[in-house]
Design a binder for this molecule. Structure first.
Ligand SMILES: *Cc1c(COP(=O)(O)O)cnc(C)c1O
Length: 245
């Protein structure tokens, strides 16, 4: 891999390297335990609230996939990282993982490779318009609510097929699969149990929509047991975040 000369090599770089290696160890061990190939798992490093310099450091450590959850912060970071790294081999792929307001969809469609948090038809239309305006194809996951309370994000499991069909029919978007967040206070193994069935049902309608985005710092092992293909890990790699306002 070509590493730009501008990459920092400092105490923070070493801290990130150590934490990243520990998470990769956890992923490898969990994959071994579940009989899965770690090479088939994408580690999305969630950099929200952390500076663009950390994304540049992570790129230097071989991180290809970066996740953000607020458009304003993400858009600025995308521009700063692009200025530091250019569009070459070290440039990361951006994932949008947070609740997305419709009026921010156009901006997100300009930089995100995969939007994990698609949860309503109006957002599908807005992302599609943004993707077409940018001349890009934007991948989308249907966010599924696992606690039966869509107020906390995601659609009920029975509503997944209809929203998936809308994404698949929207020019500029590509349906890639499903995403879920384990509800607080519930055993993640139990919470993630419906995921394989939801994935299989989606695949009968949409061949190739095989992404399962699930698992964060505290529950990635449970998610890998339930078929996660994409992990979204922040704290375990970057350290504690300042509380979100
Ligand atoms: C912040 C966030 C993560 C990362 O959580 P950690 O516990 O810091 O690993 C994952 N997914 C979503 C949707 C998030 O908002």
């Amino acid at each position: 891999m070509t590493v730009p000369a501008a990459l920092p090599d400092d105490a923070r770089q070493h801290e990130l390297a150590t934490r990243l290696a520990a998470v990769r160890e956890r992923v490898d061990a969990a994959c071994r335990g579940a009989g899965r190939d770690p090479a088939a798992v994408t580690l999305v490093v969630v950099t929200k609230t952390h500076p663009a310099d950390d994304v540049v450091r992570l790129a230097g450590l071989g991180v290809r996939d970066v996740g953000e959850s607020r458009d304003q912060e993400a858009a600025a970071k995308v521009a700063a990282v692009r200025a530091a790294l250019g569009a070459g081999a070290a440039a990361p792929t951006w994932h949008f993982i947070g609740r997305l307001q419709t009026n921010k969809a156009r901006s997100v469609a300009g930089y995100a490779e995969l939007v994990h948090s698609v949860d309503r038809p109006g957002l599908v239309a807005a992302l599609g318009a943004g993707a077409r305006a940018a001349g890009r194809e934007v991948g989308c996951l249907v966010q599924v609510s696992l606690d039966g309370d869509p107020a906390r994000g995601g659609v009920l499991p029975e509503a997944v097929p209809e929203l998936a069909d809308r994404i698949a029919a929207e020019a500029g978007l590509r349906l890639r699969g499903i995403m879920a967040v384990a509800p607080m206070g519930i055993d993640p193994h139990a919470a993630f149990a419906p995921l394989p069935g939801l994935r299989d049902r989606l695949l009968t309608r949409h061949a190739g929509a095989d992404v399962v985005s699930a698992g964060m710092s505290g529950d990635l092992e449970a998610a890998l047991r339930r078929g996660a293909t994409h992990l979204r890990v922040g704290t375990a790699i970057l350290g504690a975040r300042p509380p979100l306002r």
